[in-house]
Structures are given as structure tokens and as C-alpha cells.
Design a protein around this ligand. Structure first.
Ligand code: NDP
Ligand code: GDR
Length: 350
């Protein structure tokens, strides 16, 4: 019997948000399709628990090989799946790496979005398929006003931010030019135990947990003064879905409205681990010493970026009023969950 379940297609399904969104949509009864790229080692650790039985398939959860830089794969998958909703989460998502791989970042993050929109258009799916673009607070970059809203001007500060700016506008353009149901979620930083290990929050919780477990001596970080609006990824994927359920497609800022520095995050994680840190020195000479006089955090020039986004703080009033959305997890709860998961991991595999 043909399934009557709604079909969602997620690009970037193996990433942090892809995993939480898969879980969320499966729980809502969706038939969920994901695009994963070929890698030399398994890259499905975050979603393995969602797959049962036949490899890559559980009846309502299906993975397809494809790549954002390969139109042919995207066209083939869209033609096969005929999705009701597409969530474009795939990206080279690391800001610092984008300075080292600017062309690849533009290809996957900017042109990748265009390739999907064109595939929808060419296959005649525009009246069936709704499109969500993973836009970002990195668009604001050198901020023009605080807090940032849907109308704050953009000034990206990295090849990643510039590539995402193209993806933002091409999504708006296909909405205006062709009447697509396409929207941008301008999401501020969101984290979880599934966050990649090289993003600063996870680097901190994993690094301090390993120091606590005696596996490492010192954590090296870059700009401790950077200010971010950090939420929990599980809260944020719900909003992606809510945006696509609206009759009219619109863009929304998603943020907690609370701001903390990288140094605050380090202190909060250390507190969770029962460590007392004392900060000494300034600039690249700054370091944190624990209660036993050991240097456990040091600043390294290597982690500074050619251009920095110093401060981000979002105002999600529109999402609150129109989507009824608000974040559930506090900063302290987020830090606690991440620290606990990394401490468990360090103890298990230490
Ligand atoms: P991750 O880096 O955890 O995941 C990115 C996903 O994209 C992975 O599945 C990765 O595959 C996949 N991917 C990368 N390049 C390609 C490619 N060329 N073709 C196919 N797939 C590819 O990111 P997040 O889950 O944190 O973020 C999801 C999206 O939201 C991204 O677009 C990110 O830029 C954006 N965003 C994230 C925010 C955040 O704070 N997390 C905030 C605002 C926006 P693989 O597993 O093989 O590497
Ligand atoms: P960001 O996240 O650049 O905001 O992009 P990241 O966690 O990488 O950096 C946040 C801030 O911390 C500073 N920082 C360090 N960053 C990293 N990665 N490593 C360090 O050692 C370090 N020390 C200090 C950074 O300079 C920066 O100011 C994330 C990504 O998920 C994007 O894909 C997404 O679009 C934005 O969040 C919103």
C-alpha cells in the first residue's frame, strides 16, 4: 500500500542538526530521506540509532548518496523522492576552515542551495515542495545594530558568511521570482553533545572533561572575548519545521536573547566539573590556572581568524509571536548536558 506520510528530504543529515531534525520528523510520522556524502570512514554515528534492519533503511528512514557540489545527484534524488519538504542543512559549516577552503565553501554552501532550488524548478516541484534554508547569524558579521532582527543589515566577515549570504538571497529570489514556498531560518549558534568537536563549545566541554579525567593537560583556544547567543540544537530544529508549516513563507531569526563570552563558557563548564579557574595575563598571554596551580587553558594565536565576528545577540520576537516558538533549554542546562556527555565519554574511552 502506498504510504500517505509526508516526505521530508534533509541535506546534511549526518550533521548535528540533521540528526536532531531526523529524530523530530520521524516522531511526527514523516517518511524521512537524508542525503549523505561518500566518506572513507563511516559518518553516520549521530543517526545510527535511527536506522534499523536493512542498512540505510528503516521503512520510513532512507539515506541516499549525494553531494551539494553535484547537481546530477541532487536532481536524481529529488526526482526519486518527490519530497513535500526539503531542509537544506548541508554545508561546510566551519567559519575558520572557510578561510582555508573559500572556493569549496562557496561551491557547497552558496551554489549548493542554488542547485537544490533549480532542481525543484526543473522537476516542476515548486507547488509541491517547501524549502528551508539554513541561514545564519554569521550574515550579520560586523553588526550594525544590537540585538539583531530580521531587518538588521548584513555584513558577513568570512568566506562562509559570504557564501551563506548568497544562499539567503537566492532563497528569497526564488520565492519572489517563482512563488516558491521557500524560507530562511536565521539561526544563532546552537550546540549540543552532538556538536562537532572543533566548534568552540564542544572543544571546551570535551577538552575540560578530558583534563578532568587525566587524559589531557591543557586546552588551547583563540579569542576568549567573542560574544555569542548560544541555544540548544534540539530546540532549534523544531522551529525549522514550524517555519515550513506556515501558509506564507517568511524568514525568521531564532535565538535565545542571552549573550555570553567564550571565557564565560569556559568558566561555566569548569564549574560543572568542580574545577575552580583563576585567569591570569592578557591577550595571547592569557591563561587559566586550576586549584592545583596547573595551567589548564591557554590562548593560542593559531585559533584567531583573519576577520572576527566579535558579538552576536539575536531578537527572536517575530518567531515567538508568529510561530509560538521559544527556547526551552537555558545556557546553564546546555553547558551541563554537554559537560556530562563528554565526561561520560572520557571515562568510558579514557
Ligand atoms: P554540521 O557541520 O554538524 O553538519 C553539516 C552537514 O553537512 C554534515 O552532514 C556534512 O556531512 C554535510 N555536508 C558538508 N558538505 C557537504 C557536501 N558538499 N555535500 C553533502 N553534504 C555535505 O553543521 P550543523 O548541523 O551544526 O548545521 C547545519 C546547518 O545549519 C549548516 O548549513 C550550518 O552552516 C547551519 N547553521 C548552523 C548553526 C549552528 O550553530 N550549528 C547556526 C546557523 C546555521 P559530513 O557528516 O559528511 O561532514
Ligand atoms: P562560529 O562558531 O564561528 O560562531 O560559527 P565557533 O564555535 O567555531 O566559534 C565561536 C567563537 O569562538 C571563538 N573561538 C574559537 N572557535 C573555535 N572554533 N575554536 C577555538 O579554539 C576558539 N577560540 C575562540 C571564535 O573565534 C568565534 O568567535 C558557528 C557555526 O556553527 C556556523 O556554521 C554557524 O553559522 C554559526 O555558528 C552561527
Amino acid at each position: 500500500m502506498a504510504s500517505t506520510a509526508k516526505k521530508a528530504l534533509i541535506t546534511g543529515v549526518t550533521g548535528q542538526d540533521g540528526a536532531y531534525l531526523s529524530e523530530f520528523l520521524l516522531a511526527k510520522g514523516y517518511e524521512v530521506h537524508g542525503i549523505k556524502r561518500r566518506t572513507s570512514l563511516f559518518n553516520t554515528a549521530r543517526i545510527d540509532h535511527l536506522m534499523e534492519g536493512e542498512p540505510g533503511r528503516s521503512g520510513q528512514y532512507v539515506l541516499h548518496h549525494g553531494d551539494m557540489t553535484d547537481s546530477s545527484s541532487l536532481l536524481r534524488i529529488l526526482q526519486d523522492v518527490q519530497p513535500d519538504e526539503i531542509y537544506n542543512l548541508a554545508a561546510q559549516s566551519h567559519v575558520a576552515v572557510s578561510f582555508e577552503e573559500p572556493e569549496y565553501t562557496a561551491n557547497s554552501d552558496a551554489l549548493g542551495a542554488l542547485r537544490l532550488l533549480e532542481a525543484i524548478r526543473i522537476l516542476g516541484l515548486k507547488d509541491k515542495t517547501r524549502f528551508y534554508q539554513a541561514s545564519t547569524s554569521e550574515l550579520y558579521g560586523l553588526v550594525q545594530e544590537t540585538p539583531q532582527t530580521e531587518t538588521t543589515p548584513f555584513h558577513p566577515r568570512s568566506p562562509y558568511g559570504v557564501a551563506k549570504l548568497y544562499a539567503y538571497w537566492i532563497t528569497v529570489n526564488y520565492r519572489e521570482a517563482y512563488g516558491f514556498h521557500a524560507c530562511n531560518g536565521i539561526l544563532f549558534n546552537h550546540e549540543s553533545p552532538l556538536r562537532g568537536e572543533t566548534f568552540v563549545t564542544r572543544k571546551i566541554t570535551r577538552g575540560l572533561a578530558r583534563i578532568k579525567a587525566g587524559l589531557e593537560d591543557c586546552l588551547h583556544l583563540g579569542n576568549l572575548d567573542a560574544l555569542r547567543d548560544w541555544g540548544h540544537a534540539r530546540d532549534y530544529v523544531e522551529m525549522m519545521w514550524l517555519m515550513l508549516q506556515q501558509d506564507e513563507p517568511e524568514d525568521f531569526v531564532i535565538a535565545t536573547g542571552q549573550q555570553h563570552s567564550v571565557r564565560d563558557f569556559v568558566n561555566a563548564a569548569a564549574r560543572e566539573l568542580g574545577m575552580t579557574l583563576t585567569w591570569q595575563g592578557e591577550g595571547v598571554a592569557e591563561k587559566a590556572v586550576d586549584e592545583n596551580g596547573r595551567t589548564v587553558v591557554a590562548v593560542s594565536e593559531r585559533y584567531f581568524r583573519p576577520a572576527e565576528v566579535e558579538t552576536l545577540l539575536g531578537d527572536a520576537t517575530k518567531a515567538r509571536e508568529k510561530l509560538g516558538w521559544k527556547p526551552r533549554v537555558s545556557f546553564e542546562e546546555l553547558v551541563r548536558e554537554m559537560v556530562q556527555a563528554d565526561l561520560d565519554e572520557a571515562m568510558r574511552h579514557g
